[in-house]
Design a protein around this ligand. Structure first.
Ligand code: F6R
Length: 234
């Protein structure tokens, strides 16, 4: 894994943007995108840039089950607010959390991923090493699935909701197998709360206990980390 150390999230956004820009200049067509706090500075760089995304396709990692796209806590809404309203893509896909039929929703999303192979995937990482909503114990070769969120993820996400009981308990998430098919991956991690997960991702065994450790088997992964997130790397 290639590791880029940065001073702060602003610099992390700039470093990630450089890669996105260079890859777009080299003709990539499909970006895999994440929500959460980690990619926000990258999305700022993208929206402030003169890059044109109108020929690009985006495929997001995940969405809460039960939230409609116009729900302010939905990942559809997040993406619109942080990126798509300012920089429209030709096509933007996010799993359909409003579809209660998990089988249909996840199959439809796998088809989308198959038809739009991801050139560059942006990832954040959970404190427990999750990528997408693939929590510890998830199959390392999985495709899109309905997943139950762990208590630690629910707790981490509570900050975005008025009440902990409003935090959705399920999500549709791209599987780790689907993520691993992306040609290139950038993982962004900032802050001390991510230090254990980053250490396990880089130095630990490849194990379902730390879903991001699967990235050790990917040929082209760049971690962009601040000092705090990198503090437990040897
Ligand atoms: C979001 C996602 C999650 C987040 C992770 C880190 O689409 O897939 O895996 O990347 O929970 O979230 P932040 O960046 O908010 O710390």
């Amino acid at each position: 894994m290639n590791i880029i150390k940065v001073n702060d999230t602003q610099m992390g956004g700039k470093e990630a943007f450089k890669i996105v820009k260079a890859d777009m200049e080299n003709g990539i067509k499909v970006l895999g995108l994440a929500t959460g706090s980690s990619p926000i500075t990258l999305y700022k760089e993208m929206t402030n840039s003169d890059l044109d995304f109108s020929n690009m396709t985006s495929v997001n990692l995940d969405e809460y089950v039960g939230l409609k796209p116009d729900n302010e806590q939905s990942y559809h809404y997040f993406m619109k607010e942080h990126l798509f309203s300012k920089k429209p893509f030709k096509n933007s896909y996010v799993p359909d959390g409003s579809n209660p039929d998990a089988e249909a929703a996840t199959k439809a999303y796998d088809k989308i991923i198959e038809e739009n192979p991801i050139d560059l995937q942006i990832l954040g990482i959970g404190r427990n090493g999750h990528i997408g909503f693939n929590e510890p114990g998830s199959p390392l070769d999985g495709t899109t699935r309905k997943v139950s969120l762990t208590e630690s993820t629910i707790e981490a996400n509570t900050r975005f909701f008025e009440d902990e009981k409003d935090v959705p308990r399920f999500a549709y998430s791209m599987g780790i197998g689907s993520i691993m098919k992306a040609k290139k991956i950038i993982l962004l991690a900032y802050g001390e709360a991510k230090a254990d997960a980053i250490a396990a991702t880089v130095n630990g065994p490849v194990t379902t206990d730390c879903p991001a450790s699967a990235l050790q088997n990917h040929p082209d992964v760049t971690l962009i980390v601040d000092d705090a997130a990198a503090s437990k790397l040897n």
